[in-house]
Write a protein that binds this ligand. Structure first.
Ligand code: NAD
Ligand code: TYD
Length: 342
């Protein structure tokens, strides 16, 4: 089978490409990525010489390019990871989120209808459900929780999900959607909480925690997200949504303290800074459908996964130090200028 994987030079798409290329040598994995600030071909290095791997640089919202690519490659399965993915950037500049996350998705869907693929899989997020109150630990997101977004990022992802479901109903396109909780693991761009805190703690720099640090995220190791997507593509029911998560809720402050402890760094590095606008309080996924219908089980708990991740960052300093020395540093200085004093 021939797979198109979009956004495969990013964090989760990159991990998925490694997983697929190695697990299915008989399949062809085509990676399409625009190489935005978040795309990094270094992430694809471990597989770039494999005979079943191919890379194209391009934009999922570029209609002419996408249709030419589908004409040439005749994909069987499309897995769409490509997106603008950072909530803070979406608050500063929402438009590119509409362009890539919504128009990029509809462009891919149009090509899938025209070329008749076997399955289109949309990689979505639990953020489409909005947030839960901190004082109701009994509440979880299920697949039937209404979409109720907070940020421009999650709104664009929710819009894309609705288009995917509309193409299924209207044109009969075979689709599935996965909505996963926060991922962490190797090759995570150091603007997101966990890699940001690891890289800054290692440099003895201050750690910016938004608000009081009580916001809760439900963390899943990226490897477990990859196994879930693999299972959904092959065994998931056409037209269905699957939540992905492993019941690993932690407050941001707990996460930061865990990292400091593992690195033997002092908690005095923590700085409480201005809160994010519209900051979601708590995410918590109920993955019962995926577990009971498809038999999915995560390999990592948060405690085992975070230690593996910290170890990876210690052993792969070159990967993230190259990013920190580039244009990302200008972003950090601009975004955190008002928030942090040093
Ligand atoms: P990322 O920002 O690390 O990677 C995104 C990749 O998409 C980059 O390689 C980038 O170059 C590429 N890209 C961006 N715009 C593009 C375009 N117009 N055309 C082609 N390529 C483009 O993101 P990530 O964290 O790996 O997230 C991947 C997907 O998973 C996203 O759809 C995101 O919404 C979803 N998701 C992420 C998380 C998480 O915790 N990171 C959780 C659930 C779902
Ligand atoms: P993030 O990694 O941006 O993921 P998301 O917003 O998609 O959940 O942020 C995770 C949590 O960490 C979120 O509650 C915001 C918080 N956070 C900080 O406290 N400081 C930071 O510098 C960043 C980037 C995030």
């Amino acid at each position: 089978m021939k797979f198109l994987v979009t956004g495969g030079a990013g964090f989760i798409g990159g991990n998925f490409i490694h997983y697929m290329v190695n697990k299915y040598p008989e399949d062809t994995i085509v990676n399409l990525d625009k190489l935005t600030y978040a795309g990094n071909l270094e992430t694809c290095k471990p597989v770039e010489d494999k005979p079943n791997y191919k890379f194209y640089k391009g934009d999922i919202a570029d209609r002419a390019f996408i249709f030419d690519l589908f004409e040439k490659e005749r994909f069987d399965i499309v897995v769409n990871f490509a997106a603008e993915s950072h909530v803070d950037r979406s608050i500063e500049d929402p438009e590119i989120f509409v362009k890539t996350n919504v128009l990029g998705t509809t462009t891919l869907l149009d090509a899938c209808v025209k070329y008749g693929i076997q399955r289109y899989h949309q990689v979505s997020t639990d953020e489409v459900y909005g947030d839960l109150p901190l004082d109701r630990p009994d509440l979880f997101f299920t697949e039937t929780t209404p979409l109720h977004t907070s940020s421009p990022y999650s709104s664009a992802k929710a819009a894309a999900d609705l288009f995917v479901l509309a193409y299924h109903r209207t044109y009969g396109l075979p689709v599935t959607i996965s909505r996963c909780s926060n991922n962490y693991g190797p090759y995570h761009f150091p603007e997101k909480l966990i890699p940001l805190m690891i890289s800054r703690a290692l440099a003895n720099e201050s750690l910016p925690v938004y608000g009081d640090g009580a916001n809760v995220r439900d963390w899943l190791h990226v490897y477990d997200h990859c196994t879930a997507i693999d299972l959904i593509i092959r065994q998931g029911k056409n037209g269905e949504v699957y939540n992905v998560g492993g019941h690993n809720e932690r407050s941001n402050l707990e996460v930061v303290k865990t990292i400091l402890k593992a690195l033997n760094k002092p908690e005095s590095l923590i700085r409480f800074v201005e809160d994010r606008k519209g900051h979601d309080r708590r995410y918590a996924i109920d993955p019962t459908k995926l577990e009971t219908e498809l038999g999915w089980k995560p390999k990592y708990t948060f405690d085992t996964g975070i230690q593996q991740t910290i170890q990876w960052y210690l052993e792969n300093k070159e990967w993230w130090q190259n990013i920190l020395s580039g244009e990302y540093q200008d972003y950090f200085d601009k975004m955190y200028a008002k928030k942090i004093d040093g």
